[in-house]
Write a protein that binds this ligand. Structure first.
Ligand code: COA
Length: 323
């Protein structure tokens, strides 16, 4: 029997508090028109002060388990993709495991920033294929608002908070078909939080651990690397865009998404877009968009979907999945 990693259920969660572009324009020198025309974003959800990444992850995970008709005791692997863990340690995956009452199996976080969810999914794919896991819970969850400088208009307008989750199981029915990950640390400085636990303890205490970005270079790189990654997913499976039902891209910028759709000649009708309402939720963006389109009936069982994501590192990749 072929061991596939099959998607059994999805879930997502967004914090209640919505911050619109007009809200931001009251606090910094920007406009709704600038933000929308450059990025496609109108609003983002921002976690409450006492709401942390694991809280968002827990809600998304419970919804994914319910959708899969599985209980926490069925889960033998927990992976959380996040750049904004609740604590330095334990991992958010261990915190989540405890919240849900899952015990004994491995639980760990994956850090690949905006590509984190597809990195986590790649690991899950291989765990399931080798027989090391039968039922995995994979979550992308972020409180990215905590690592933004809210006075820097060139970055803070672009991001939001949220979580998305999937339950995957070993199955003879198809699921993840192929995975193509990449990274190139030579570009570490173009998109980063330049401080961390080991390098800059004082800055963290002073709350200077914020995201910095060379927007134009990141834009150019994302368009080219993501276009290549989507082509790679198609070519590796001898498919053309006509064989693909949906593209679920990382939601960083509508212009990046449109450029990739153009590159592979895919109609925007086949692209799931949430950026207008969510902003860039980093590791949560792909599973959030996927869950929305599964729940509203756009994505149907049996359909073929390409995921792609790009983020700090740089780290990026694509996956072909059949629901
Ligand atoms: N409101 C108003 N003006 C702003 C602004 C804001 N929020 N942010 C920047 N500006 C200004 C800049 O200061 C600049 O002014 P100047 O020309 O007087 O210096 C001007 O707008 C143009 O900025 P520019 O950087 O040329 O805009 P752009 O077309 O490159 O768009 C981004 C900026 C950030 C939207 C775009 O570069 C981008 O999306 N990059 C990729 C980011 C990304 O996806 N990151 C995450 C990857 S996971």
């Amino acid at each position: 029997m072929m061991r596939h990693a099959r998607v059994m259920g999805t879930g997502s969660y967004l914090p209640e508090n919505i911050v619109t572009n007009d809200d931001l324009a009251k606090r910094i020198d920007t406009t709704d028109d600038w933000i929308f025309s450059r990025s496609g974003i109108r609003q983002r959800h921002i976690a409450a002060r006492d709401e942390f990444t694991c809280d968002l992850a827990e809600q998304a995970a419970r919804r994914a388990l319910a959708a899969a008709s599985r209980s926490p005791k069925d889960v033998d692997l927990v992976i959380v993709a996040t750049t904004t863990p609740d604590q330095v340690f334990p991992s958010t995956a261990c915190l989540l495991q405890d919240r849900l009452g899952i015990r004994g199996g491995p639980a760990f976080d994956v850090q690949a920033v905006c590509a984190g969810f597809i990195y986590a999914l790649d690991i899950t794919y291989r765990y399931i294929q080798t027989g090391a896991s039968k039922c995995a819970l994979v979550v992308g969850a972020e409180t990215f608002s905590r690592i933004l400088n809210w006075e820097d208009r060139s970055t803070c307008v672009l991001f939001g908070d949220g979580a998305g989750a999937m339950v995957l199981e070993a199955s003879d029915q198809p699921g993840i078909i192929s995975s193509h990950l990449h990274a190139d640390g030579a570009y570490k400085e173009l998109l980063c939080v330049p401080t961390g636990v080991s390098t800059a303890y004082d800055q963290i205490l002073n709350r200077e651990a914020f995201t910095t970005m060379q927007g134009k270079e990141v834009f150019r790189w994302a368009v080219s690397a993501l276009g290549d990654a989507v082509v790679e997913a198609l070519e590796a499976n001898n498919l053309t865009e006509a064989d693909i039902d949906w593209l679920v891209p990382h939601q960083a910028n509508i212009r990046i998404i449109q450029a990739i759709a153009r590159r592979v000649d895919m109609s925007m009708d086949k692209v799931v877009v949430t950026i207008e309402r969510h902003g860039n939720t980093s590791a949560a963006s792909v599973p959030l968009a996927f869950d929305e389109a599964v729940r509203d009936g756009r994505i149907q069982p049996g359909q073929k979907i390409i995921f792609e994501a790009f983020g700090g590192g740089f780290a990026w990749g694509s996956m072909l999945v059949q629901l």
